[in-house]
Ligand binder design. Structure first.
Ligand code: NAP
Length: 279
């Protein structure tokens, strides 16, 4: 909307109180000299459609979506990006020049970029991947890894039916492996990813024996509170390279900012430090 010179975006959720997204986007707005604000928008589920349609009226460039809106919003926007459709949820809405709404999901991008950023030369086709968990975050990680050329992804989830359904939906290279076989599934793996909530502050550590994991395998955890989970500490102690979940949180925000405000922002040490202080 060229006649407006105030950059506006926000996060719709219910509740939205604990998000770090305002810190990230407001930091970038200041860094890029944009006058504007990224605000929290508490939106109850039954008013999501009205709230989304208000975005162009109010001059918003778009918004992010969090629990419980990520799936419901897909049916309420005008266009859903194919990657988001594959993931099955949208976390970003971009108001188009004609006022219509386009939905995207940048979580898979954020995950892949966090690995690239922290492990130069990382490749998805370096060897078998083991993904633990089959929830919303796992879907984005699986789609991201498959897009990047992973050849074999072993998907282990506590509830076997969910892993089987997701593997059947996504197809090759994703294959369901029984939860009981997760320890043995680590043999010859190049990448291990925890997408379960285990290891998060207030939750039990992930129950996983790393003995079979090759020492050069990369271990990544989507959990970012704490920054070093028990899984990452155990992996580090045996010499494996590790990547925490904060990078994904920061990198997934970049394409949204770019789509809204026309410039791709960077994840800098200053931004990391800012968000780390808020954890
Ligand atoms: P979700 O959809 O609720 O999925 C939770 C997953 O954890 C399920 O696979 C569930 O298995 C598993 N799980 C829960 N309790 C378990 C237990 N006691 N033992 C084994 N598995 C257990 O949640 P989500 O949205 O995918 O998020 C998962 C985690 O990723 C959260 O910690 C979240 O903070 C983190 N995350 C991080 C980022 C980031 O940017 N870094 C982004 C998104 C999410 P069942 O199917 O058996 O219940």
């Amino acid at each position: 909307m060229e006649h407006r010179n105030f950059a506006l975006a926000g996060l719709m959720g219910w509740p939205v109180a604990h998000s770090r997204s305002p810190d990230i986007h407001n930091h970038w707005m200041a860094e890029h000299g944009l006058r504007g604000a990224y605000v929290l928008l508490p939106v109850a589920p039954d008013t999501l459609g009205q709230a989304l349609r208000a975005l162009p009226v109010l001059g918003f460039a778009g918004c992010n979506l969090t629990i419980p809106h990520k799936v419901a919003a897909m049916a309420l926007v005008d266009r859903v990006d194919p990657v988001a459709r594959r993931i099955g949820a949208i976390n970003t809405v971009v108001v188009q020049p004609d006022g219509s709404l386009a939905g995207f999901n940048n979580d898979g991008f954020g995950y892949i970029e966090s690995l690239r950023d922290e492990v130069p030369g990382w490749r998805a086709d370096a060897g078998p991947v083991v993904v633990l968990g089959a929830g919303g975050a796992a879907r984005a990680v699986l789609v991201g890894l498959a897009e990047q050329g992973a050849r074999e992804i072993r998907l282990c989830n506590r509830s076997a039916d969910k892993a089987q359904a997701l593997a059947a939906e996504l197809g090759a290279p994703v294959r369901a492996v029984p939860w009981e076989q997760r320890h043995a599934a680590l043999a010859d793996a190049a990448l291990l990813v925890n997408t379960t909530s285990q290891g998060m502050h207030g939750q039990a550590p992930l129950d996983l024996a790393l003995d079979a994991l090759p020492p050069q395998a990369l271990v990544s955890d989507l959990v970012y509170v704490p920054l070093v989970t028990p899984l990452l500490a155990a992996a580090r102690a045996r010499g494996n390279p590790v990547v925490g979940g904060l990078g994904m949180l920061l990198h997934q925000a970049r394409p949204a900012f770019a789509a809204w405000f026309g410039t791709m922002p960077r994840v800098t040490p200053a931004l990391r430090a800012l968000v780390e202080r808020s954890l």
